[in-house]
Design a protein around this ligand. Structure first.
Ligand SMILES: Nc1ncnc2c1ncn2[C@@H]1O[C@H](COP(=O)(O)OP(=O)(O)OP(=O)(O)O)[C@@H](O)[C@H]1O
Length: 718
């Protein structure tokens, strides 16, 4: 028996049970710590997807283990198993607030519950900030609950460090999730951010808990980025959110101030009237949990719901991968992506309000942009390190024989290199509570909340049996690890297979994956020149929307979105969407006079012409990038497209012949349609460019005439 509060770094001491969650970088299992028979959570982080060196991770793991606050999940210890880092932590039997909302409270919680949850979260932030840490991933998905209603902020440390440090070249273009929770200063390069960024995320989380989803969550990430920077901050609406108190609205408004210096500290916020009467979560939150099925059944249900949605939508593969994470991965784990890239891509976004199935909170806005220059050595969650199934099985049996002794394959560092078993005294206080809380209630088994019962149908299987450790250990984040080994029927197997298909992790080392809604849209949707963002759920900000839909001024140098949006008025163009007009340069009267004449001054036209030039060449770049980064099985499409764009035939892959037959006609048609649209757009752009050039020349001629006339007049006067 291990001593209470002391956890070994031997994987064989842990029996992984059900999967209870997964995020951008990790899968979380309920597990038994065998020496003391305690229930713990084991978070398996895939090191293949990690951009940091192990020293960084170790440092971060150490930091995590030193965290000692009742509202923060701390790591008991961590060690490397195969290509994964296992982080042992307290098991939070009721999962995240996001889980809970998705299962039973799709429209959010009542105010007293929100107050309790937020107060506990704020206490956690106060502690972290006081100790010099920024959490950087505050969102409902990271606020965890246990059976007695205790609230803890999770996901501090390892995953953040994994993406934020180390080889930036590999990670700089990797952008996972949606930036709904990110503060403007985080999205704005060069502005710098501090702990106040957490306060913004906290405010967004408050809105998430109030509505069941974060503001802008129905939009593609790039659009969220622009809206965060350019719209008025979201908030609780005085009309629409009548049920919420004035103090709640005020508190949210205080957090969501764009100027970070004007946001309150966590300490100050805790003194706000909204939190004064907040009940202890054990009273308010616990009520929410009555009658819910065990966490792992909820997780299964959500996965099935994902699968059902996908089956309905028949997404192309990249979108499947993106959507597969939709139930959980709704925030950006890594505040490390190339903002310039995103901005550039954002310039191509069309209004997607018409897209079928794109509704707020459907998670479809999950977006993956991968660095096309990355080495390709990373793997997705589902990637096996074994050459084939036999090798895999052989490995499993060898591993089992060796009593689950872990052999490290990552950079030749064994698990002991990174072991950082926590200081027992520091967390002993949490132990008793954990042990009790984490035991699932068997009386909950048959409950099926209506909100998911209808969508996923009745479950035919039970999932209560433990996963054999080997199925996880061999490749803990591989496909195998996701297969529960107990099923009651074939249909269960089938649905689980479907689920696994859905849940293939994002391939972070693969090609640029743009055909998500945002990017596919940018390629296929014809440019429209009117309308706004039309965020029905964010009416408050509607009136402040800057009309950048379609395009904003993209320069080859640094683009300052905030600056470009300020002091500019917009003029519409059939193909270019919106033009940014340097309104300050042209006095209104003069502008009116000149436009009445049908002539525009060169000072007005030139920026537009430049804009058109840049956008045309920029679009060409984007198209070529996309074509170059297509999956191998799209080689035929790629080559076809390459030919369309006049690239030499030798660019085409030799595999084409074999692929020709496999290319789905539907996909071909889609691509052809996209190409046709692109060509049409380019033709329109070229026409416009030519027209503008002509206008410009005529204008110059006219100016010459004017100046000659002026000279003559002056001479005559003289
Ligand atoms: N200690 C825990 N007990 C129970 N469930 C947990 C625990 N830790 C995490 N989970 C569940 O697993 C999910 C994923 O965990 P986590 O957020 O740590 O992973 P991640 O890969 O870092 O995710 P993210 O996408 O937020 O970065 C959480 O949303 C939560 O539902």
């Amino acid at each position: 028996m291990g001593r209470k509060g002391s956890y070994s770094a031997l994987p064989s001491d842990y029996r992984l049970l059900e999967e209870v969650g997964y995020g951008a970088s990790a899968t979380v299992f309920r597990a038994i710590y065998l020496p003391s028979n305690e229930i713990v959570a084991v978070k398996c982080l895939d090191l293949d997807r990690c951009n940091s060196n192990l020293d960084d991770i170790r440092r971060e793991a150490q930091t995590m283990s030193l965290i000692d606050h009742p509202n923060i999940i701390r790591a008991y210890c961590s060690f490397v198993v195969e290509h994964c880092l296992w982080v042992i932590m307290p098991f939070m039997a009721e999962g995240s607030c996001l889980h809970l909302m998705k299962i039973s409270y799709p429209d959010g919680f009542e105010e007293p519950v929100i107050a309790s949850i937020l107060k506990e979260t704020l206490k956690a932030l106060e502690y972290l900030h006081k100790h010099g840490h920024i959490h950087r991933d505050v969102k409902a998905g990271n606020i965890l609950l246990d059976g007695s209603g205790v609230v803890k902020l999770g996901d501090f440390g390892v995953s953040t460090c994994m993406f934020d440090k180390g080889d930036r070249q590999r990670s700089r273009n990797t952008f996972v999730g949606t930036p709904c929770w990110m503060a403007p200063e985080v999205l704005q390069p060069g502005s710098g951010y501090d702990f106040k960024a957490d306060i913004w995320s906290f405010g967004i989380t408050a809105l998430e808990l109030a509505h069941g989803h974060a503001p802008f969550s129905k939009y593609p990430p790039m659009k969220v980025l622009l809206m965060t920077l350019q719209n008025a901050p979201p908030g609780l609406d005085y009309d629409r959110d009548k049920k919420f108190s004035k103090s709640f609205k005020e508190m949210v408004a205080m957090c969501l101030v764009k100027d970070q210096t004007k946001r309150p500290t966590a300490e100050k916020l805790l003194k706000h009237a909204f939190f004064k009467n907040a009940k202890p979560p054990e009273l308010s939150v616990k009520k929410l949990l009555v009658g819910l099925p065990p966490l792992w059944d909820r997780v299964k249900a959500l996965q099935l719901k994902d699968a059902a949605q996908l089956a309905l939508k028949k997404m192309p593969s990249a979108e499947e991968e993106a959507l597969s994470q939709s139930e959980y991965q709704r925030g950006v784990s890594a505040w490390n992506f190339d903002v310039e890239d995103l901005k550039a891509q954002a310039s191509l976004i069309q209004d997607d309000d018409d897209l079928p199935g794109l509704k707020e909170d459907d998670g479809s806005s999950i977006f993956l942009v991968n660095n096309k220059n990355s080495s390709g050595s990373g793997s997705g969650l589902g990637k096996s390190t074994f050459a084939n199934e036999n090798e895999y099985r052989r490995h499993i049996s060898v591993a089992e024989e060796s009593d689950m002794k872990c052999s490290s394959t990552k950079n030749e560092i064994s698990e002991v290199d990174i072991v950082d078993c926590g200081n027992k005294e520091m967390f002993a206080g949490n132990e008793n509570r954990l042990k009790n809380d984490s035991l699932p209630s068997t009386t909950k088994q048959n409950f099926e909340p209506s909100c998911w019962k209808n969508e996923v149908g009745r479950r035919h299987q039970t999932y209560s049996g433990p996963l054999l450790p080997s199925s996880v250990r061999g490749n803990s984040l591989s496909e195998r690890s996701r297969i529960p080994e107990r099923f009651e029927s074939d249909s269960a197997l089938a649905s689980d297979k479907q689920k696994r298909d859905v849940r293939k992790g994002p391939n972070l080392s693969g090609p640029l994956m743009l055909p998500t809604r945002a990017s596919a849209n940018s390629l296929s949707a014809p440019i429209r020149s009117s309308g706004g963002f039309g965020d029905s759920s964010d009416e408050k900000s509607k009136g402040n929307v800057v009309q950048i839909k379609g395009r904003f001024s993209v320069t080859s140098e640094h683009v300052d979105l905030v600056k470009t949006s300020q002091g500019t008025s917009l003029r519409k163009s059939a193909s270019v969407g919106e033009w940014l007009m340097p309104g300050k340069l042209v006095p209104n009267s003069q502008y009116a006079k000149e436009t009445n004449n049908g002539w525009l001054p060169a000072s007005v036209l030139m920026p537009h012409l430049q804009n058109l030039f840049q956008q045309t060449s920029f679009q060409q770049d984007i198209i070529m990038n996309l074509l170059n980064s297509m999956q191998p099985n799209e080689a035929f499409d790629e080559c076809f497209a390459a030919l369309q764009f006049g690239m030499p035939p030798q660019e085409c892959n030799a595999d084409i012949d074999s692929n020709v037959e496999t290319v789905g006609t539907e996909r071909e048609r889609l691509l052809l349609a996209q190409i046709a649209e692109l060509e049409a757009r380019m033709a329109v752009l070229t026409d416009e460019l030519t027209t503008e050039k002509q206008k410009h020349m005529q204008l110059e001629q006219q100016l010459n005439v004017f100046s000659r006339e002026e000279e003559i007049r002056e001479e005559e006067a003289a």
